[in-house]
Write a protein that binds this ligand. Sequence first.
Ligand code: ATP
Ligand code: MG
Length: 261
Amino acid sequence: MKILAITNQKGGVGKTTTCVNLAASLAANYQKVLLIDLDPQGNASTGSGIDKAHLKHSIYHVLIGEKTLSEVIVPSEKGGYHVAPANRELAGAEVELVNELARETRLKKALSKLEQLYDYILLDCPPALNLVTVNALTAATSVMIPMQCEYYALEGLSDLVNTIKKVRANLNATLEIEGLLRTMFDTRNMLAQQVSAQLVSHFGDKVYNTVIPRNIRLAEAPSYGLPVLIYDKTSKGATAYLDLAKEIIHKNQQVKGAAHG
Ligand code: ATP
Ligand code: MG
C-alpha cells in the first residue's frame, strides 16, 4: 500500500490531471485505488464524474471529525476507482481546525482504518502549503511533485522541499520524495528542454522517466467527467499516464523485492 501526496504549491502545474488520470491508469492495471480530493476547487471530484455541488458529505466532514472516511467514499463509475470528494466547504476546514488538537494528523488517523483496502491512495493537494497540505504530507508514504519545465519551476521547488523536510522532522519521519513528474511538456520548446535537463542533473533518478506531453485530450476530458483513458484511450495523454502507472508499479515491486531480500 502506498499513499502518494500529489503536491506543488504552484497552481496549474497538472496536480489534479495527474491524480485523476493516474488513478484511472493504476485501476486499469488491476490496482485498487482511492483518490482523496483535498482541494476546495473539487476538480478531481468533477474530473472523476462526481457532482460536487450535491454532496451530502465530503472530505471536509472527515477532517473536522464528523464522518469517517468510509462514510464519504463514492465510486468513480467510469474510472474504476474510489473517491473521497471535496467541494468549497473544505475551505472552512483551515479555519475550523486552527484551535483543534492534533490538527495535522486528522487525515492520517482517518486513513489508518481503511488503508489496507487499497493498493494506492492518491491525495490531490491544493496549490498552497496550508494545513490541508500538511495533513496530506503527514498521512503520505511519499510525495509526487508534478511540475512544468519553466524558468521559475525550480525556485518554487526549494520551498516545497523545505516543507517536506519540516514535516519529516516533526510529523512523518519516513516521508520520501517518490518522484518529480514533468507535465505539459513540449519537446519543441528549448527552455523546457534545458529545465528538464537541469532537473535530471539535480534530482537524478527521482525524476520519472515518463514525461507527460501537452495534449488537448487531457484538458478536454474533465468537462465530460472522464479520465482521458475512457475519453480517448488512443490519445498521447492516455498513453503517457498508462506509462506512468506502469513505471510506478514497477518501481514499487522493485522496492518490495529488495525489502524481502
Ligand atoms: P491547481 O493548482 O489549480 O489545483 P493543478 O496543479 O491541479 O491546478 P490541473 O488542474 O491539473 O493543475 O491543470 C491545469 C490546467 O491545465 C487544466 O486546465 C488542465 O486541463 C490543463 N492540463 C493539465 N495537464 C495538461 C496536459 N498535459 N496537456 C494539456 N493540458 C493540461
Ligand atoms: Mg488541482
